[in-house]
Ligand binder design. Structure first.
Ligand code: MTE
Ligand code: MO
Length: 319
């Protein structure tokens, strides 16, 4: 079933009246003929969205040896089927409302356990880092996946510049909080602002990138402009969008989805077909645009590179 009536929504699925309001709005839209196609249990926006404006090309890019050779998801798939709850809970909310977000000027605060801290213009954050193309699988916790040609650079290279101290065991990330630009923040779907975190060794791992674009162009707002995290071996929700703050900390930081439902979304959230989500299996996934499901791979196929980060850890306990 795709669209639930408000009284079908279990408390475990959602927290508050706000989503009730969101669903009412959605049902109203659907009734008015706003097109959403149901396809194999996944809501796909109808073709022809034009909310993605002309995006600046990012020029010549290095090709990364870390890229997968798999077939890319299309630009349209990547930019019209999104999770970005700041714009709303439906897959087409981000593309419909993307224009509300203003990404220029943008600054990023670096805080906590580091020798260099402060607030920096995005240009100054980016300047020393050559951009490269990284084609990664993205596996959402909802059991769908895409292949995205990100443009970015290793987060570890940025971290080194700010000289974290020996107390910096974790890195926390915060998304912009501004309900005038992010209408979804008027609803209590999550505790705002959206926050995420990594262990410092995960953050320093060469596969972890900050992305500023995709398909060779600047990042579309709906994908997390102007700068977002991409951690390809973890469920998509770890890859936080529209970052305004990076904090080095000694304690494990809070994360939005764990605050919302700790039994369903853990801190690690490594892609793991052997650990089901309490409400659905994680054994298989649907590649957006395909009909048959495919097997989900441990660490989303990046086990050779990252499994050693977790040696000795019980990944059923640390889900
Ligand atoms: N700030 C913020 N970041 C976010 C989300 C969000 O709702 N807010 N959704 C996450 C989820 S669940 C996924 S699957 C990915 C989706 O990224 P994409 O829309 O670029 O495919 O973004 C993640 N980052
Ligand atoms: Mo996700």
């Amino acid at each position: 079933m795709l669209i639930k009536k408000p009284d079908d929504i279990k408390p475990s699925e959602i927290t508050s009246e706000s989503v009730y309001q969101e669903r009412r709005r959605f049902l109203g839209m659907a009734a008015a003929g706003t097109a959403l196609l149901a396809s194999g249990g996944i809501l796909l926006p109808q073709h022809g969205f034009s909310a993605t404006p002309d995006l600046k090309s990012l020029g010549k890019l290095q090709k990364s040896p870390f890229s997968t050779g798999e077939e890319l998801s299309t630009f349209e798939e990547i930019t019209t089927y999104n999770n970005f709850y700041e714009f709303g809970i439906f897959k087409d909310d981000p593309v419909r409302k993307a224009d509300l977000l203003k990404t220029d000027p943008w600054s990023v605060e670096i805080a906590g356990e580091a020798e260099v801290t402060g607030t920096f213009n995005l240009e100054d954050i980016l300047k020393p880092h050559p951009l490269e193309e990284r084609i990664y699988r993205l596996r959402c916790v909802e059991a769908w996946s895409m292949v995205v040609p990100w443009v970015g650079f290793p987060l570890g290279e940025l971290i080194k510049r700010f000289k974290p101290t020996s107390k910096a065991k974790y890195v926390a990330f915060t998304t912009l909080y501004d309900p005038t630009q992010f209408p979804g923040q008027n609803y209590k779907t999550l505790k705002w602002p959206y926050v995420e975190g990594l262990r410092i060794d995960e953050a320093m791992h060469p596969l972890t990138i900050l992305a500023v674009g995709l398909y060779g162009k600047e990042m579309p707002n709906q994908n997390g402009a102007p700068i977002r995290l991409v951690v390809p071996w973890k469920y998509g929700f770890k890859s936080i969008k529209s970052i305004v703050k990076i904090t080095f900390s000694e304690q494990q930081p809070q994360t939005s989805w764990t605050i919302s439902n700790a039994s369903e979304y853990g801190f690690y959230s490594n892609v793991n077909p052997a650990v089901d989500h309490p409400r659905w299996s994680q054994k298989r996934e649907r590649r957006i645009g395909e009909f048959l499901k495919r097997e989900t791979l441990p660490f989303n196929g990046y086990a050779d590179q990252v499994a050693s980060l977790y040696s000795g850890m019980d990944l059923k306990k640390h889900y």
